[in-house]
Write a protein of this length. Structure first.
Length: 623
């Protein structure tokens, strides 16, 4: 990987490299390093989650602009509308910003649970659409009726016949004595034969979890007609999976759903006026051209949707319906960046000062030392091979008992030093052989974050996220890198992958801070993040820009402290506090003065978050 870390592939022009740092490609173009240091200098340590409202607005406006361009290009008469699925990210700093920056588009929210429905009702502007998906009970459907009575533009999507029967029951309870009933709109989710591809393909197809079969759809239609609710039936909904990498399955699904819509419309569902194509609009996570995840652009996506639905409407003799989307990943992914400090490079202990050479060393150790001291550009490749060969021989001698632990330690140190020096000398060669040799000495970077909390899709689904250092980008990185998080779990590792390699810099973190950034983390990662080892949500900050283009750090929410984390796990915080205090006071190992000192230190430590501390450059103060 070169110094750009594939930013031209995944970055969507949101970030640029200027001199040696990653900068936000907006307004005054501040660097991520400058923002990170400003936050840390205020005392907020550990990993940081930076939110960028302008990127949320960019994604929403791009989505609407592309669909409206396609509507104009194909003279499409139906409208375009979108809602954000709350399951993708329910955090207040995101949702409040989303609603604020999307007012001009009448953008709405989609809810899939009672709690999400409360968020949707309280945050969606009146008139903007709310769609309600997922399994529902009577109470949830009643909440939808209450929202409709408030004046909300809300649609209940039927996932099964039982839900429709409950809607009929609730309607009778709410509107039995009313001359003018208030009823939410009704949508029907259809279970298509078509399915998507990839990890989330099971969201579509006949074996999918949600939706009505053709038989159930006909039964639902008759039931709706029988109970005089045809005026409320206005949406057909389908979804074929998240992160659609290929456009072809969508085209197939559109033809199927479009014909079902037309059939219902011609059957007598005259109020039917919308096709909801669900989510699935993909995000490019790859950092390497050979492994790109998607094969289409948003313009092609919009063109295909508009054109195919228009053709079906024309062929079936019906009006062109409104088009709805529920793309959440596309809207949310790019808006947040996780910044985490590197705590340690594990091979940094391999220094000459650590050698324990004897007055008389085994011959192979002496030869290794000679290789190390006489390495130069002309002999580097040969000596590197010799060093690797000597290492194998020395390990065999150790297993047979011919050399001791000091000899083995010296062998490991010398070979590692030979490899690193050789790679630096041969760095410009960039041959396949050199790459293979580099892979033999992967550097382990201990990074102050939890993969389970901040990148759960990596742990659960092996989803790659773009990652790179935020500075030193004027220097070509030389270390093939494996990332270790700070959890006590061997799965908390992003292993070096030769097919999609990550190279980082060889830095001394005792004197020079080194930060890694993980991009495109705004979709699903926060809400799916788990408190493994009781590491919680990182400290988050919203990065706004004023009219002059200067950045502002707003709405900072600090990561929970240790006692609050334990309280969230249903421990009695007061009981824990008393128990800790009691054990210090009852200790016979210390005097009263020492007890007061220990109590002061204890409460200081308990007021901090669970993430580890680092030492700032020049060892100025703990961080």
């Amino acid at each position: 990987m070169n110094k750009s870390y594939g930013i031209n592939i995944w970055g969507d022009n949101n970030f640029v490299i200027k001199n040696s740092t990653v900068n936000i490609n907006y307004k005054s173009q501040p660097s991520l390093l400058e923002i990170t240091n400003q936050i840390r200098n205020k005392g907020y340590k550990g990993p940081l989650l930076l939110r960028f409202p302008h990127l949320i607005k960019k994604q929403i406006s791009t989505l609407y602009n592309e669909f409206n361009r396609a509507r104009e290009e194909f003279n499409y008469q139906g409208k375009f509308q979108a809602v954000f699925p709350l399951k993708v990210n329910q955090f207040p700093n995101f949702i409040n910003t989303l609603i604020d920056v999307s007012k001009a588009y009448n953008y709405g929210l989609e809810a899939g649970s009672k709690a999400e429905l409360v968020i949707a009702i309280t945050h969606t502007p009146m008139g903007a659409p709310i769609t309600v998906n997922g399994f529902k009970d009577k109470e949830m459907i009643s909440l939808c009726f209450i929202a409709a009575n408030m004046g909300h533009n809300i649609t209940i999507t039927i996932e099964g016949l039982g839900e429709l029967e409950t809607i009929i029951e609730v309607n009778q309870e709410f509107n039995k004595k009313r001359k003018t009933p208030v009823i939410p709109k009704i949508g029907v989710r259809i279970r298509l034969h078509s399915s998507g591809i990839g990890i989330w393909a099971k969201s579509g197809g006949y074996s999918s979890k949600f939706g009505l079969t053709s038989t159930e759809l006909l039964e639902a239609y008759e039931l709706i007609k029988k109970h005089a609710l045809l005026e409320q039936l206005w949406m057909v909904h389908f979804h074929i999976g998240s992160q659609m990498s290929d456009i072809a399955p969508l085209k197939k699904a559109l033809r199927e759903a479009g014909n079902i819509y037309a059939d219902l419309k011609n059957r007598g569902a005259t109020a039917l006026n919308a096709i909801n194509i669900g989510g699935g609009l993909a995000v490019e996570y790859s950092q390497h051209a050979h492994s790109k995840e998607i094969n289409y652009a948003l313009s092609e996506f919009a063109n295909d949707v508009v054109y195919l639905i228009k053709e079906i409407a024309k062929n079936k003799g019906i009006d062109e319906p409104d088009i709805f989307t529920e793309s959440g990943r596309y809207i949310a992914a790019s808006h947040s960046v996780l910044i985490a400090p590197v705590l340690e490079l594990f091979s940094q202990d391999y220094h000459e000062k650590s050698l324990r050479l004897k007055e008389t060393n085994p011959p192979l150790i002496s030869e290794l030392y000679d290789l190390w001291t006489s390495l130069n550009r002309s002999n580097a490749r040969e000596y590197l091979h010799d060093g690797l060969d000597h290492m194998e021989s020395l390990l065999t001698l150790f297993d047979l008992g011919y050399i001791d632990l000091e000899d083995r330690s010296n062998a490991e140190l010398l070979v590692n030093m030979i490899i690193k020096k050789s790679i630096l000398l041969l760095n410009n060669d960039d041959t396949e052989e050199l790459k293979k040799l580099q892979n033999k000495i992967q550097e382990r970077y201990l990074v102050n974050f939890s993969a389970f909390q901040s990148l759960p899709d990596f742990w659960g689904l092996q989803q790659h996220f773009p990652m790179m250092p935020i500075d030193k980008l004027d220097i070509k990185p030389s270390n093939p890198a494996t990332i270790w998080d700070i959890t006590c779990d061997s799965d908390g590792e992003i292993a070096f992958n030769g097919n999609a390699p990550l190279y980082l810099h060889d830095v001394d973190v005792d004197t020079d801070e080194y930060f890694l950034a993980f991009f495109l983390t705004g979709a699903y990662q926060e809400v799916l993040g788990m408190n493994h080892n009781l590491f919680t949500h990182p400290t988050e900050v919203v990065v706004d820009f004023d009219k002059e283009g200067n950045y502002l750090l707003n709405k900072l929410i600090e990561s929970q402290n240790i006692m609050d984390v334990l309280e969230d796990m249903d421990y009695d915080k007061n009981h824990l506090d008393k128990k800790l205090k009691y054990q210090i006071e009852e200790s016979t190992l210390i005097n009263k003065t020492q007890k007061r000192e220990l109590l002061g230190k204890l409460y200081l430590y308990l007021s901090e978050n669970s993430y580890l501390k680092t030492i700032q450059a020049n060892n100025e103060d703990p961080s």
